[in-house]
Design a protein around this ligand. Structure first.
Ligand SMILES: Nc1nc2c(ncn2[C@@H]2O[C@H](COP(=O)(O)OP(=O)(O)OP(=O)(O)O)[C@@H](O)[C@H]2O)c(=O)[nH]1
Ligand SMILES: [Mg+2]
Length: 421
């Protein structure tokens, strides 16, 4: 495991770029989010700097003069960390390392990776995060970076840092990436064996922007004691619980890692196995924080990530959460109108949760399919198998064989059809 890189009580300066088409308000909200990310990582934000740019400087992202000014200002303010809201290219990070002396320069992805490293608990999450981190680090490895990262266990000894040492480090990182990928495959296999048992159940995944209240809702519905925090990325691991909605409807509910705009690409890739739960869902419950001015951007981000994961064909129910924070009835109605078929709740106050469970039952019902099957008496094994995870409506033993009328989720029925054909 890689030792955690600590950002603790370090003074940080946030840098935002206003591109054409962006409003000041948008940048403010983006920097608010970046500040939350920085705080979650443990930094203390002492200032923000924005620059309006019409063309990105390939060397320093913002203008060279501005870059020098930021470094100077950081020294004056005793800032140890400069964080860009945008992703910097490996070359740009390297250039900053050349001029920033002991001040660390991070981009948004680096910051998110840092939080993921701090919050990873299980072996699977740790492996996924380490892999994403090393893939991010590899092209950005510089003399200063290696120096800053020397506390990272096992990646080379640091005596006489030179280009050769960086090469050695690169090789070690590559070996480590290969190793982590193998570990991950192994963990995925173990997970696959565990999940066979659950294949026939109707699966519902809570999906949403980080901090929207997914874990709070999960806890309110299942009573399960999951980690809830006013922090970004409190949840990294998927938790699954069986939940009886009423006497005849049982689901498997999963709480998953939150999304964020500009989620580092290798994180999405590394978290594919965790997010498999989402891919296999029969229904996605998209939890939205209706008190956030960014709600529409959140929906876009979530939709984009789902698309990237090829999960965009799964039916979705929108949940407007945190209604307790809104007193303006008109505003609530307006939002409800823009999300037809949505359910408005407060997970925290346990308000209107039954509206959501009824909605899930309704979706389950429309997702059911009934089919007739016939087997010969010798097919004992198949007869037993097709009755798993479905409701058997009729069972008749006739001369030509065993006749079954079964009712189950579309996914279970198509599985059964595939298994007998
Ligand atoms: N006022 C209010 N706060 C809520 C509600 N639901 C959740 N919260 C708060 O929102 C914060 C985030 O809640 P979580 O349940 O951890 O959010 P999450 O979506 O699981 O977040 P990540 O795991 O970080 O992706 C916590 O401080 C919750 O107490 C709600 O209905 N009303
Ligand atoms: Mg959570």
């Amino acid at each position: 495991m890689i030792e955690k890189k600590e950002i603790t009580n370090e003074k940080a300066l946030l840098i935002g770029v206003i591109k054409s088409g962006n409003t000041d308000e948008m940048i403010k909200e983006h920097l608010d989010e970046l500040e939350l990310l920085a705080q979650t990582a443990g930094a203390e934000v002492v200032g923000r700097i924005t620059q309006r740019v019409s063309k990105i400087n390939p060397a320093t992202f913002i203008g060279k003069g501005k870059a020098d000014q930021i470094i100077e200002q950081s020294k004056e303010l005793d800032v140890k960390l400069i964080i860009f809201d945008d992703e910097l290219s490996p070359g740009q990070i390297k250039n900053y390392h050349k001029i920033s002396e002991n001040i660390k320069v991070l981009d948004r992805s680096g910051l998110i990776l840092d939080i993921f490293q701090k919050h990873a608990r299980t072996k699977e999450a740790t492996t996924q995060v380490d892999l994403a981190y090393l893939e991010y680090l590899l092209p950005r490895l510089t003399r200063q970076w290696t120096h800053l990262e020397r506390q990272m266990g096992g990646i080379g000894t640091r005596a006489g840092m030179g280009e050769t040492q960086i090469e050695v480090d690169r090789r070690l990182i590559r070996t480590r990436i290969t190793r982590l990928k193998k570990d991950l495959e192994k963990i995925e296999k173990e997970r696959a064996t565990q999940s066979v048992r659950r294949e026939s159940e109707f699966r519902v995944s809570l999906v949403g922007y980080t901090n929207a209240g997914k874990s709070t809702l999960f806890k309110a519905l299942t009573g399960s004691d999951v980690y809830i925090q006013d922090q970004l990325f409190a949840t990294l691991d998927t938790t699954i619980r069986k939940l009886d909605l009423d006497t005849s409807h049982t689901i498997l509910l999963s709480d998953t890692v939150g999304f964020i705009r500009k989620l580092p690409h290798n994180l999405v890739a590394s978290f594919k196995s965790t997010l498999k739960e989402v891919l296999e869902a029969d229904l996605i419950v998209m939890v939205l924080d209706m008190s956030s001015p960014q709600i529409r951007d959140h929906v876009d981000t979530i939709t984009d990530v789902l698309k990237e994961m090829n999960a965009d064909s799964i039916p979705v129910v929108h949940v407007l959460n945190k209604v307790d924070l809104i007193s303006d009835g008109n505003f609530i109605e307006k939002l409800q109108r823009s999300f037809p078929g949505s359910v408005t709740i407060s997970a925290h106050q346990h308000l209107k949760l039954s509206d959501l469970t009824s909605k899930i039952v309704e979706k389950m019902e429309s997702n059911y399919q009934t089919i007739d099957l016939q087997f010969s008496y010798e097919d004992g094994k198949a007869i037993a198998q097709v009755q798993q995870g479905v409701e058997v409506l009729e069972r008749a033993y006739e001369e030509e064989g065993v006749k079954l009328k079964i009712r189950g989720s579309r996914s279970r029925i198509s599985q059964i059809m595939a298994s007998i054909n």
